[in-house]
Design a protein around this ligand. Sequence first.
Ligand code: FE2
Length: 368
Amino acid sequence: MPDDPLPLRRVDHVTFAVGNARQSAYFYRNAFGFDVVGYAGLETGLKNEAGYVLTQGHITFVLVSPLHGDHPDNARLSMHGDGVKDVALEVDDVTAAYETTTRLGAVGVTEPTRMEDENGVYEYATIRTYGDTTHTFVNHDRYTGVFAPGYRPIDPIRYNPATRRPVGLQAIDHIVGNVELGKMDEWVHFYEHVMGFSQLVHFDDTDISTEYSALMSKVVQNGNGRIKFPINEPAEGRRKSQIQEYLEFYGGPGVQHIAMLTGNIMDTVTSMLANDVSFLYVPDTYYDDLSARVGQIDEDIARIGQLGILVDRDEEGYLLQIFTKPVEDRPTLFFEIIQRHGSRGFGIGNFKALFEAIEREQQVRGTL
Ligand code: FE2
């Protein structure tokens, strides 16, 4: 788009602050099929934190942990637990992105910074978004290293390439934020007016409610359509909204889930189940009238049902999706696996079945 006020290319990487990056790397490698490719820490000259870079398809996750009690991330970990710290966006021009967004009201965290080592030049700048979450604008067109200065390729003795177990995840489809009651429109406004996104779709509590719990959601996307950020807020229900539960356990707004695309959800989910990934359980009754609801699909419905995969159809096609349980003890961040057959939606036809599944989990946690 030539008149895009803030040309963003794609989600470059997602950085997670975690209590023990070494163990989290083991989890994302062996359960989610990521390849551990880069490391920074004491051995590479980093004094106060350790970081692991993991990739699968076009997805890059960075896991960072403090090495000392005076690292600022300790306060975040105490407040939020493990979770998404930063969603980095690749841009042509870091300085222009930072200047444009801060001029329009974004709060700056790190001014445009240029790092250089023997592998070239890496540029970045960071602004705040909801809660303690940030967006870093990055450009590494002139950087040939494994990730960024400070990082080294992983030691193949520690992570043997022969034991890689990719599960077929290809790219980030969307990243969802949970914000407080009454704040959704404020953040939609931020993405529209500061980040140059436009609103794609919205769901209100008449679309997304069960007997007990409800939420409202609006989806914003950037100019080239590659970055999609749904924003949720809790809505009034008879019992506690799952969004409210998240806000209480995360200690404020934050990233609720990251949806990752696969070209073959049946193979991906089969592999992840074999790796002991826990998915939300959908009752068998969901599949009773599935053919009537979604019509003809390429996949075998019986197999879809065995794996617990959900299906939704709209005017443009259909999609298949499944949700993990939260990946930490707090009921906060989880992941979605999604395969698209034409549909560009988010599975609204599944929201009711899904929320009832989440409510069964909330019931067990005593937080409904
Ligand atoms: Fe989603």
